[in-house]
Design a binder for this molecule. Structure first.
Ligand SMILES: Cc1ncc(COP(=O)(O)O)c(C=O)c1O
Length: 380
């Protein structure tokens, strides 16, 4: 019997044209094998041009970008940071790196992202105690945009820095503008599973006033805070967070096929919708009106009354050598964050965690692969 092909959730997909290799080769040929060079500068510039952000700093990871965004926002030990609960832990960990205090915010069903209602309630609750966060971190989960207008209005009202965790949403547009370009800061990830990958890496983007100055400060911190002196002079704590010129070369090559990857991810989302949309008790992660999503991962939700539950789907797919995964376990339910406050909107994040599944969304899948996956689910 012919062995079945393993299907990944979302794996690296280099360009047919091998653009990535050409940029990496140039780095080799010119001996720029360092955390600086033409690819690093070029990658920053090209991300700025693509997404309309004002300034960018290429870093070793999206997590590092969040940490530096918090530092730029002036977050210090003991400061509050309001953070979406339904996300990957990398959104919240940097808050603890800075010895700040996260307050987790529930999601809503329309976006699965930060609920503006819960965010408003969090501001009101803490205002009563005479406290205000230094920053808000909103996420665009699985590529779907959060309710940016409402979230930005609240951040403006309370004069608080907004950081967009756009790790999963490169290329997603909200009302015609790219995610990452709305907040004071935005971050992108080029981790191996992302819509485009540099094998690992991230980008901090800055939008507010003095954007380039802020990005320059981030680059300074990211290169060990080395002062411009002949000797090694350090007046601030530094980090080794700068992206390598090799990694940036892969990123530049991948950026050339971003639109192609988005079209493929959107095709996958549409395929699942057509094939599975009619099944009772199964619904898709919604897309906000007036948004264009990169559809990084297609996520579904199963009604609690449905006889098929997320684990049934994940196990059946696993038995067929197909990867899937649960929706992120909310941060307020994680032991490491259990002692921090959480502002609830009726348990949305927890319900989505219990009822959700991320379906394989690998851009290398063929139509036969998609049909195979849908067949497994239909049979259940
Ligand atoms: C929502 C979210 N935030 C942050 C990150 C962190 O990015 P990185 O892996 O590049 O550190 C990721 C991905 O890994 C993510 O999915």
């Amino acid at each position: 019997m012919e062995e079945k092909k393993h299907i990944f959730l979302s794996s690296p997909h280099m360009s047919e044209e091998r653009y990535e290799q050409a940029f990496v080769k140039e780095a080799f040929d010119t001996n720029w094998i360092a955390p600086l060079g033409k690819n690093v500068d070029g990658f920053e510039q090209e991300i700025m041009e693509k997404t309309g952000v004002k300034a960018a700093a290429a870093l070793t990871s999206g997590t590092a970008a969040i940490q530096l965004a918090l530092k730029l926002a002036g977050v210090e030990a003991g400061d509050l940071v309001f953070c979406q609960s339904l996300t990957f832990s990398a959104t919240a960990n940097p808050i603890l790196y800075e010895n700040a205090v996260p307050v987790f915010i529930d999601s809503d069903y329309e976006t699965w992202n930060m609920s503006p209602k819960a965010l408003a309630a969090a501001f009101e609750k803490y205002e009563k105690e005479g406290k205000r966060p230094k920053a808000v971190i909103a996420v665009h989960l699985y590529g779907m945009a959060a309710k940016l207008d409402e979230i930005m209005e609240l951040c403006q009202k309370y004069d608080v820095t907004l950081i967009e965790d756009a790790a999963e949403s490169l290329g997603t547009r909200y009302k015609g503008r790219y995610t990452g370009s709305f907040g004071d800061y935005g971050i992108f990830s080029f981790n191996g599973n992302k819509i485009i990958t540099s094998s690992g890496g991230g980008m901090l983007v800055c939008n507010g006033k003095d954007a380039e100055e802020k990005a320059r400060k981030a680059r300074f911190w990211a290169t060990q805070s080395r002062e411009p002196a002949r000797h090694y002079q350090h007046e601030e704590v530094g980090y080794n967070f700068r992206m390598s010129n090799i990694v940036a070369g892969v990123g530049r090559g991948q950026l050339k096929v971003l639109d192609q990857r988005i079209a493929q991810k959107r095709y996958i989302y549409d395929y699942y919708q057509h094939a599975l949309g009619g099944l009772e008790g199964l619904s898709f992660m919604p897309m906000l009106e007036d948004t264009f999503s990169n559809c990084w991962l297609t996520a579904i939700q199963l009604d609690p009354s449905c006889k098929v539950q997320p684990l049934d789907i994940m196990l059946a797919l696993e038995a067929d050598d197909v990867e899937s995964r649960p929706v992120w376990k909310p941060m307020h339910l994680q032991p490491v964050f259990a002692k921090y406050d959480y502002v609830d909107n009726g348990g949305v994040a927890e319900t989505l965690f219990n009822q959700g599944v991320c379906l394989p969304s690998d851009t290398k899948m063929t139509e036969d692969d998609l049909e195979r996956i849908c067949d497994v689910i239909r049979k259940l």
